[in-house]
Design a protein around this ligand. Structure first.
Ligand code: UDP
Length: 423
C-alpha cells in the first residue's frame, strides 16, 4: 500500500478530547462521536489516530483505546482548559505539533483527515494544503445557526463564520449528521461543496441493557413514581429552564409522585457551574427542590440505568445539530419529548417514538410530558417503537460502515483524478 491508499486516518478534535470524561466542561456529544467512530473504524481495519489538545499536566499524552486506535494529546498553548471561543490562536502550534508527531513516528502523511468542529477544520485545511490529505469534516455546531439563538455574539464569530464557509467549499466531503443540518449549511453557509448525510450513532447493546424495574430498584426509585429525565451539559442553549418551568406546570405537580432528574456535570465558577446554579435557583424559587434531583455527571456505565428508569427523557434544546442524548434514551426504550429543531426532527418521530414541541415553549412541553406520563400503556408503546427505531437506523457500527465507504471513495477518486496523476 502506498501513502495514498493505506487505511490510515487522523480524526482531529482539538477541543473535544475523545479520551476524556464526558458530561462536563464542554465535553459532550463531539467527544463521544469521535471516540466511538474511531473505535468502530479500527474494528473495520483502519489505523486510527485521534488528535486533541492536552489540557492538564496529569493527562497521558497517548491513550490506547484498542490495538489500532489511540488518542494523541498535543501540547499547543497552555496545558490547561481553554474555552473553545478562545482556542483559535493555538491552532498554528497544534498543526506544528501534529507534523512533529508524524515525523517522530515515521508517518509520511494521513491520507484522510476527518475534522470535527470549526477549530479542527482549520487544522485539516492546513494538512490538506501541506501534504495533500483528503479532508472530511463534521461541524457538530454551525456558527450561522448558533449565533441566531444567543444573546451575546463572541468576538471570534467573524473568523468562525469565514472558516466554516471555507471548509464547506474546499473539503473533499462534509458529513452532515441530519438532513436538517445539511439544509442549514446550504441555506446559511454556502451553496458550494459536497455534503453527505451520515447520522451519529449509539451503542445499542449498552443502551438497552437493563429493564425499567431493575433500573428503578438499582437507583432506589419507587415503581409508581413518574420520572422525567434530562441528561446533558449545563449550557443555556440546552433549554433546561424550559424543562423546569414545564414540570412546574404538570398536572402531576402536587401528586407526590413526580420526580425530575437533571443529570450532568459542572465545575463551580466555570460557565457550566454558573448555569447549574442558575437552574438550581429557578428550581428553588418555584418550590420544586423536593422533587428535583441533581445527580451530577453520569458515567457511561450508569447512564443506561438512568435512561431505563425514566418514564420520559426531555431534550429541550434551543438548537441541536444532532442530539446524542435523544437516541441514547430511545435506544433504552424511553420515549423522548424534544424541541422541534435540528437533528431532533430527524431522530424523534413525533407521536411514534416521542413528541416534538416548539423550543422554549414551557406550556407545550408541559402538555407533551403529561400526555406521556398520564398514559402508561401509550408510554410503553412509544418506548418500544423508539428502541426498534434506533436499533435499525442509529448504531455506531452502521455509522462507521458508511464513513469507511466514504473515505475509501474519496481516496480512490484522488488516485483517478487526472490532475493529480499528471503532477
Ligand atoms: N453525557 C454523559 N454524562 C453526563 C451528561 C452527558 O455521558 O452526565 C453524554 C451523553 O450521554 C451524550 C453526550 O454526553 O453522549 C451529550 O451529547 P449530545 O449530542 O446530546 O449534546 P452535546 O454535548 O453534543 O451538546
Amino acid at each position: 500500500m502506498n501513502a495514498n491508499t493505506e487505511k490510515r486516518i487522523a480524526l482531529i478534535s482539538v477541543h473535544g478530547d475523545p479520551a476524556i470524561e464526558i458530561g462536563k466542561e464542554e465535553a459532550g456529544g463531539q467527544n463521544v462521536y469521535v471516540r466511538e467512530v474511531g473505535k468502530a473504524l479500527a474494528d473495520l481495519g483502519w489505523q486510527v489516530d485521534m488528535f486533541s489538545r492536552r489540557v492538564s499536566p496529569e493527562q497521558e499524552t497517548i491513550v490506547q483505546h484498542s490495538p489500532s486506535c489511540r488518542t494523541i494529546r498535543l501540547t499547543a498553548g497552555p496545558v490547561e482548559f481553554v474555552p473553545r471561543d478562545q482556542g483559535f490562536k493555538h491552532l498554528t502550534e497544534f498543526v506544528q505539533q501534529l507534523l512533529q508527531f508524524q515525523r517522530e513516528n515515521h508517518i509520511i502523511k494521513y491520507p484522510v483527515v476527518h475534522t470535527n468542529y470549526w477549530l479542527s477544520s482549520w487544522v485539516g485545511m492546513q494538512l490538506k494544503a501541506l501534504q495533500g490529505s483528503k479532508q472530511v469534516h463534521t461541524y457538530h455546531s454551525l456558527g450561522a445557526v448558533k449565533y441566531k439563538s444567543v444573546d451575546t455574539i463572541p468576538l471570534i464569530a467573524t473568523k468562525r463564520l469565514a472558516v466554516e464557509k471555507q471548509v464547506l467549499e474546499t473539503a473533499d466531503r462534509i458529513v452532515a449528521t441530519s438532513p436538517q443540518e445539511q439544509q442549514h449549511m446550504r441555506s446559511l453557509v454556502s451553496t458550494k461543496g459536497y455534503i453527505d448525510v451520515i447520522p451519529c450513532g449509539t451503542d445499542i447493546q449498552q443502551f438497552g441493557s437493563i429493564d425499567r424495574e431493575t433500573a428503578r430498584a438499582e437507583l432506589g426509585i419507587a415503581s409508581d413514581a413518574k420520572v422525567i429525565l434530562y441528561v446533558g451539559r449545563f449550557d443555556p442553549r440546552k433549554g433546561i429552564e424550559t424543562l423546569v418551568r414545564a414540570v412546574n406546570q404538570s398536572q402531576l405537580r402536587n401528586s407526590g409522585k413526580l420526580k425530575l432528574i437533571i443529570g450532568g456535570g459542572s465545575t463551580p465558577g466555570a460557565s457550566d457551574g454558573r448555569e447549574r446554579d442558575r437552574i438550581a435557583g429557578i428550581v428553588q424559587e418555584l418550590g420544586m427542590s423536593e422533587l428535583t434531583i441533581f445527580p451530577g455527571r453520569l458515567g457511561q456505565e450508569i447512564l443506561p440505568t438512568y435512561y431505563a428508569a425514566a418514564d420520559v427523557c426531555v431534550v429541550p434544546s434551543h438548537y441541536e445539530p444532532f442530539g446524542l442524548v435523544a437516541i441514547e434514551a430511545m435506544s433504552c426504550g424511553t420515549p423522548v419529548v424534544a424541541s422541534d429543531v435540528g437533528g431532533l426532527q430527524f431522530t424523534v418521530v413525533t407521536e411514534k417514538t416521542g413528541l416534538l414541541v416548539p423550543p422554549k415553549d414551557a406550556d407545550a412541553f408541559s402538555v407533551a410530558i403529561d400526555r406521556i406520563l398520564l398514559n402508561s400503556a401509550w408510554r410503553d408503546e412509544l418506548g418500544e417503537a423508539a428502541r426498534k427505531h434506533i436499533a435499525s437506523k442509529f448504531s455506531w457500527g452502521g455509522v462507521a460502515d458508511k464513513l469507511s465507504q466514504l473515505y475509501t471513495q474519496i481516496l480512490n477518486t484522488s488516485i483517478l483524478e487526472p490532475m493529480l496523476v499528471g503532477k
